[in-house]
Write a new protein. Structure first.
Length: 229
């Protein structure tokens, strides 16, 4: 907040939605501008699995108060790998359950090297799995899954099962249709090479566009757009 004030930024807190291509409502306030940047990010997808209520997502990771002895991470993307590496590095026996392969959208030589390194430090990795159910039992959390040979397997966690199977753009409550902003098939905001949406004067950057969802990418996009504007 102090940084905003020092930079001369006026902050309005509350849910924002478009009224037109140059007007936004935040609470009772109506704001008007010739240029608007949308940077609302993305949120974790919670898959429709039996017992999903017993699992946390990547947001819930930051609310963990005690380190578990055993943890299960479902997912093979960069967020799943980040959190799995953090837990294993801190001494938690971590099991990674992956639908296909780890980091499948990244360089596979790097992914293969990382997988070898993780196995060496004791992480358990199961690839080609299909999750069947998540159950709570006296020992913690149990996840049943079919392995790559279609054999039923079980993994046990001591309270922490984290599902990180993707993210979806935060666009659902922005009333973007009133501004003429078009969305892609996954609810992402479509932009051109200058980060401009289908509505003149409205721009979008970061995870809300589903461009490579990495923090440095979003930061760089924000700086470039700020310079351009």
């Amino acid at each position: 907040m102090d940084s905003f004030a020092k930079a001369g930024v006026t902050l309005f807190e509350g849910h924002a939605q478009f009224l037109s291509s140059n007007r936004i409502q935040v609470g009772q306030e109506i704001l008007e501008a010739s240029k608007i940047v949308i940077a609302t990010g993305a949120k974790p997808i919670r898959p429709n699995l039996p017992g999903i209520e017993h699992a946390i997502d990547s947001d819930g990771f930051w609310a963990i108060e005690e380190q578990p002895r055993k943890a299960i991470i479902v997912g093979g993307g960069y967020i799943a790998l980040e959190l799995a590496c953090a837990l294993q590095g801190l001494g938690t026996q971590t099991t990674l359950l992956v639908r296909s392969q780890i980091l499948r959208e990244f360089d596979q030589e790097i992914a293969a090297h990382l997988e070898t390194s993780l196995l060496k430090i004791g992480m358990q990795i199961h690839k080609g799995v299909t999750i069947q159910a998540i159950k709570k039992d006296p020992g913690g959390i149990q996840v049943t899954f079919l392995d790559h040979k279609e054999q039923l397997q079980e993994a046990q966690a001591e309270a922490i099962t984290l599902v990180a199977t993707g993210r979806e753009p935060n666009t659902g409550r922005l009333s973007l249709e009133k501004a003429g902003v078009e969305l892609g098939d996954r609810g992402e905001i479509e932009v051109n090479q200058q980060d401009e949406t289908t509505a003149a004067g409205i721009y979008a950057i970061g995870d809300v566009t589903l461009h490579p969802m990495l923090t440095p990418v979003a930061i760089k996009a924000g700086r470039i757009l700020a310079d351009r504007l």
